[in-house]
Design a protein around this ligand. Structure first.
Ligand SMILES: CC(C)(COP(=O)(O)OP(=O)(O)OC[C@H]1O[C@@H](n2cnc3c(N)ncnc32)[C@H](O)[C@@H]1OP(=O)(O)O)[C@@H](O)C(=O)NCCC(=O)NCCS
Length: 157
């Protein structure tokens, strides 16, 4: 498995990846499924800080890939603001449903800490998302701080 930045090289397997994620209830890809190539291009731009939607900061996306098959993705938002601090955090991730439970999310998050973080980062997950909380807790090395229905984890570069 290797970790690569988002690029058009990922296009062959991207539609299947999106479909399997959406079928499993990972809703943030519903729009991307309508036009996977446009979504890939949009997210390449966003990683480079180009054509950012209003209020967005640059967001880099990295994929875990094996034999051209996409295994999971992680997003790193290089910026800050109320929405990041209170809703989504600096880092978001998901793993292809059939590949879950093999340590891929932990590997992706450790990669971000080791190779991409340049300032402290916040990971926010729903308190009832046990798998996501385990991933963040393992890499942060601390239990999350409970805030309402959320758990919040702080990662240092
Ligand atoms: C959260 C998610 C990314 C985890 O990916 P993954 O590759 O399966 O995670 P890993 O294999 O690296 O680690 C999962 C950990 O959670 C544990 N886990 C997984 N499902 C669990 C469950 N239902 N109950 C308890 N623990 C669970 C695993 O045992 C493992 O724990 P460990 O560190 O003690 O070994 C994946 O479940 C996913 O894509 N979920 C949907 C999207 C999502 O919720 N993203 C996070 C938004 S904040």
């Amino acid at each position: 498995m290797k970790i690569v930045p988002i690029s058009l090289d990922l296009l062959p397997d991207f539609p299947a990846y999106l479909q399997e994620c959406v079928d499993a209830g990972i809703e943030h890809y519903t729009d991307a499924l309508k036009d996977p190539e446009a979504s890939l291009r949009r997210n390449i731009d966003i990683a480079q800080g180009k054509n950012l939607p209003d209020g967005w900061c640059p967001q880099e996306t990295y994929f875990a890939v094996k034999n051209q098959r996409l295994l999971g993705a992680i997003r790193l938002r290089r910026g800050d603001g109320h929405f990041i601090q209170n809703e989504i955090g600096h880092i978001g991730y998901e793993v292809r449903p059939k590949e879950q439970g093999r340590g891929i999310a932990k590997h992706l998050l450790q990669y971000i800490v080791d190779h991409q973080l340049t300032s402290p980062a916040l990971v926010v997950c729903d308190a009832d998302n046990i798998a996501s909380a385990r991933v963040a807790q393992t890499i942060a090395g601390t239990e999350g701080e409970r805030q309402g229905e959320q758990l919040r984890f702080r990662l240092a570069p």
